[in-house]
Design a protein around this ligand. Structure first.
Ligand code: HMG
Ligand code: MG
Length: 308
């Protein structure tokens, strides 16, 4: 299979990356993170979530983040919206895209959004209709597509079934998500082979967490299936509060290093991403989880020391 010439990354660091932080992250830090990412060439930015602050306190400042992040031409700012209340807030905030998030297992659906899969689709329907009426792009996430922390194995047929329901709601893009980072390359290929039998390639994206160290390999496995849209998170930040033990998303720096190495364009400035990944990790008081980011930063430091 020929690899795509161009890939599109949605940066989810400010949302998936920060939603799980135990310590409150200052709103100003979130805003600066968004601005730095945009300056590094990010064109699809998942900035925050309009979810219940009781469920995810870290995202309680969603409106303030959205009000402060500067808009640029050709930049799509997205936010998570689990229901109509979230959508209304997203609309008021000027979001370009809203993300509904369902699950391929009943157990995870209950834990994450407090309803069954069927109920979630009922709740998403008015969000989808309102998105259409207001000309807002609609994306869906299908969580736990490669394994569920509560149920264990997730049949591929269940992933395809939820993806089809999302398609029928009129989603422009459907992200197939490995919430707990358990997928392996061959599993990824089986899942995408099945999903792509039902959903147009142009509508499908992949969202990997790196818990088992497989995320970059899984990006490559997806590229080999033709997938060219990926979510990634600066410095590998991330995790879902309702998937305990799952670590961060695949690091943006690592994915960009892979893609550029394969000659695939991203429009992103890897150097600026590395600086941003190092900066946010320092703000959070820990080392970056991006292997490529840390390696490039170390090389830059050595070069600067040699020049001094
Ligand atoms: P619920 O308790 O069943 O909802 O939660 P409810 O309708 O009964 O409302 C309860 C309270 O929340 C009420 O407030 C509502 O007003 C309020 P009260 O009257 O008690 O003061 N509320 C809201 N507030 C602000 N914004 C809203 C909103 N909706 C209700 N939109 C609900 C159901 C869906 C709201 C809740 O379960 C929730 O917010 N869940 C979000 C969980 C979440 O954000 N998880 C992480 C994101 S998903 C993820 O990370 C996976 C992903 O990365 C892909 C992958 O890796 O798999 C996307
Ligand atoms: Mg996620």
């Amino acid at each position: 299979m020929k690899l795509p010439q161009r890939a599109y990354l949605t940066e989810v660091g400010p949302r998936d990356g920060l939603q799980n932080e135990a310590q409150p992250v200052p709103t100003a830090t979130k805003i600066e993170l968004c601005e730095r990412l945009l300056a590094a060439g990010v064109r699809q930015l998942e900035a925050t979530s309009f979810v219940s602050p009781k469920w995810v306190p870290q995202m309680a400042d969603a409106a303030d983040v959205m009000a402060a992040v500067g808009r640029r031409p050709k930049v799509r700012i997205s936010v998570l919206t689990p229901n109509r209340k979230g959508f209304d807030a997203a609309l008021a905030s000027g979001a370009d895209e809203v993300v509904i998030f369902g699950a391929a297992s009943e157990a995870f659906s209950m834990r994450n959004i407090n309803c069954s899969i069927a109920e979630s689709i009922e709740r998403f329907a008015p969000v989808a209709a309102a998105a259409r009426e207001n000309g807002i792009r609609l994306r869906a996430a299908v969580s736990v597509a490669f394994g569920c922390p509560y149920q264990g194995e997730v049949p591929i047929a269940d992933v395809v079934d939820v993806a089809k329901r999302m398609r029928d709601l009129g989603c422009d893009e459907i992200g197939i998500a490995d919430t707990i980072g358990v997928g392996t390359a061959s599993h990824v290929q089986h899942v995408f082979d099945s999903v792509l039998r039902e959903i147009e390639l142009d509508q499908v994206s992949a969202h990997f967490h790196d818990t088992y160290g497989q995320a970059v390999a899984n990006v490559l496995a997806s590229l080999q299936c033709g997938i060219y849209r990926f979510d990634s998170s600066i410095a590998g930040l991330g995790g879902c509060p309702y998937a305990k033990g799952a670590t961060g998303n695949v690091a943006t720096e690592d994915v960009v290093y892979l893609l550029h190495g394969l000659g695939i364009e991203t429009g992103l400035d890897l150097d600026a991403l590395v600086d941003t990944g190092q900066w946010i990790s320092m703000q959070l008081g820990r080392a970056s989880a991006s292997r490529a980011g840390n390696a490039i930063a170390a090389r830059k430091r050595a070069k600067a020391e040699a020049a001094a």
